[in-house]
Design a protein around this ligand. Sequence first.
Ligand code: UD1
Length: 340
Amino acid sequence: MAKIVVTGGLGYIGSHTVVELVNAGYDPIIIDDLSNSQAGILDQLTKIIGFKPTFYQFDLCDEKKLKEFTEKESDIEGIIHFAAFKAVGESVQKPLKYYHNNLLSLTNLLSAYSGKDISFVFSSSCTVYGQPDVLPVDENAPVKPAQSPYGNTKQIAEEILKDAIASGDAKKVIALRYFNPVGAHETALIGELPIGVPQNLVPFITQTAIGKRNKITVFGDDYNTKDGSCVRDYIHVVDLAKAHVAALKLMESNYFAGYDVFNLGTGNGNTVLEIIIAFENATGVKLNYEIGPRRSGDVEQVWGDVTKSAKELNWKAELGIDTMMASAWAWEQYLSKNPL
Ligand code: UD1
């Protein structure tokens, strides 16, 4: 079984990808420093996949620990690099924390495996497009000046990866530009686990529905969209996880070399208000919400052109908004009865 290193493998997207790797016959090796995840996710993964995955706890910025790891795990065939800080607002307050962690972990990883024939999948983001001029936005759209240090780390990381390909430090790299991942695994044993007050829409919705929050605020209803609230391309996290397997398969094929980038979305946009209604319809739970001011740094609308992913990655999102909302709700209910 091909060994695939999954950094940030106990995080939200990482944990779902570990499950899909096992389903596809790979042997995932998790690295996670637990800075934004919980050790309990390892037991949850064990319940889903039937065995305890290999797990190393350390920070990828720690070169010594990484060296020990590479000496022990020398026969790996791929790396999926999720480990990064991702809170847009925090990145504005603490930019150095973001540049240090998100970029040093990447350069350390690339250096550790420099020149080896390893497939490398990188977690990028639709944030690199800013507010696109043309929608749906495709992979050739110009990268706009980043709105936040977090977004900047994603743009710089893509540049680093291209340079590493050009120099031969890396051999095969696919950057995946995620739109808005939501939902949880069908078993409701893993899902998004925000620390503190959720910054993202769907965890805020589910925590409001369960009574942890009084109400949800819609950040602006005066945008130039169909109902005035912002539009995003929400994608089920399990679909997103499967795209990482598709990226590995593509890099295993003989004709892939160098660097490529793919959008991971559904190709459809939904407003914040549509998501609130979709949640109510899918779960039968009424949400207490109010309209508030715009959140600074938000783009008005973005959704992806996923033609290239369908054609070249051979991947397409399959799960709809109802499943996204119902699974996120099932996970929130599970968590309330089984805190991790
Ligand atoms: C942002 C980043 C994305 C990043 C993600 C990580 C941009 C354009 N997107 O996603 O790259 O990966 O954070 O966390 O920088 N909303 C409310 N009320 C709330 C919360 C959110 O109305 O309480 C609205 C927001 O205004 C937005 C939508 O819901 O329109 C989605 O917000 P969120 O889940 O935070 O994701 P993004 O900001 O799109």
